[in-house]
Design a protein around this ligand. Structure first.
Ligand code: NAD
Length: 267
């Protein structure tokens, strides 16, 4: 099945999508929406186990640019931008939807985090965005946009989110510094702070189902967020519609972050 193009908001725009593992991935749901608006896309995959799945999804999005990229491997990161330089020259946007931590540390107390997993989590989930922005911006057109994904656990302790929350705090600070740095080149940098979604990464957090249900029941709209919510906000932040928006952490969580007490029966 090929994704039908429904409007031309992203016609003539090209961009890189990282972090697709399967069709539940947030990155894929943003990619799908971008493609429906006519964007031309390139994809990365983390390892061989994911290659055939990412290739199939890329083909649905009309793309045959599928490149290996484990962000612990500098050569692979650099290779992405060599390939894009050859294929496209310049491009307009990129999505960073990459995070990892040892799941044994995504349960229980944060204070038990060991140094190695702390550094590894920050390296994969935070530093990789800075690294990619540094390589990407010289190849991005004016008006370009970079987007990463974060979660409320960056600014409030969420049970079991632990070291990932610390990595997301650093990632959100990076968004602001990168927005400042790249503003000179008229490139915008933003993050979506998504409510819990049922993805591979989401399932790695201890008691994920309880967290998902709790947030779905205790927000202003009294529902979980869905793939259209994510796709639409991604499209907005990566298109010219958000031309004056940079350094922003944009919540897509049905309002959960705005309330201290939300009674389900009251909504
Ligand atoms: P996902 O498992 O579909 O995506 C995570 C991606 O990270 C995978 O594609 C995986 O291959 C990639 N990855 C992990 N380690 C990597 C490495 N070393 N090199 C390259 N890629 C690597 O899950 P998702 O929920 O779509 O996660 C995407 C982003 O959204 C993550 O940053 C996550 O923290 C964030 N997020 C998720 C939720 C949620 O509830 N699912 C909520 C808020 C934010």
């Amino acid at each position: 099945m090929v994704i039908e193009i429904a409007d031309n908001l992203m016609q003539g725009k090209r961009g890189l999508i990282t972090g697709v593992a399967n069709d539940h991935s947030i990155a894929w749901n943003i990619a799908k929406r971008l493609r429906q608006s006519g964007a031309e896309l390139a994809f990365t995959y983390q390892n061989e186990a994911l290659l055939s799945r990412v290739e199939k999804l890329a083909a649905m999005a009309g793309s045959d640019i599928v490149m290996p990229c484990d962000v612990e491997n500098d050569d692979q990161i650099e290779n992405i931008f060599h390939v894009l330089a050859e294929k496209w020259g310049k491009f307009d946007f990129f999505v960073h939807a990459i995070a990892f931590s040892d799941r044994n540390e995504l349960i229980g107390k944060y204070c038990n985090t060991n140094r190695q997993n702390f550094l590894n989590t920050l390296n994969i989930s935070c530093y990789s965005f800075t690294h990619m922005c540094r390589l990407a911006y010289p190849m991005m057109n004016e008006g370009g946009s970079a987007l990463t994904l974060t979660y409320l656990g960056s600014s409030r302790p969420v049970p079991n989110y632990n070291v990932m929350g610390v990595a997301k705090a650093a990632l959100e600070a990076s968004v602001m510094y990168l927005a400042y740095d790249l503003g000179e080149y008229k490139i915008r940098v933003n993050a979506i702070s998504a409510g819990p979604m049922r993805t591979l990464a989401g399932a790695g957090i201890g008691n994920a189902r309880k967290l998902y249900n709790f947030q779905a029941q205790h927000n202003a709209l009294n529902r979980p967020i869905n793939t259209e919510d994510i796709g639409g906000s991604g499209l907005y932040l990566l298109s010219d519609l958000s031309g004056g928006v940079t350094g922003e952490i944009h919540f897509v969580d049905c309002g959960f972050n705005k309330f201290s007490v939300t009674l389900p029966e009251h909504i």
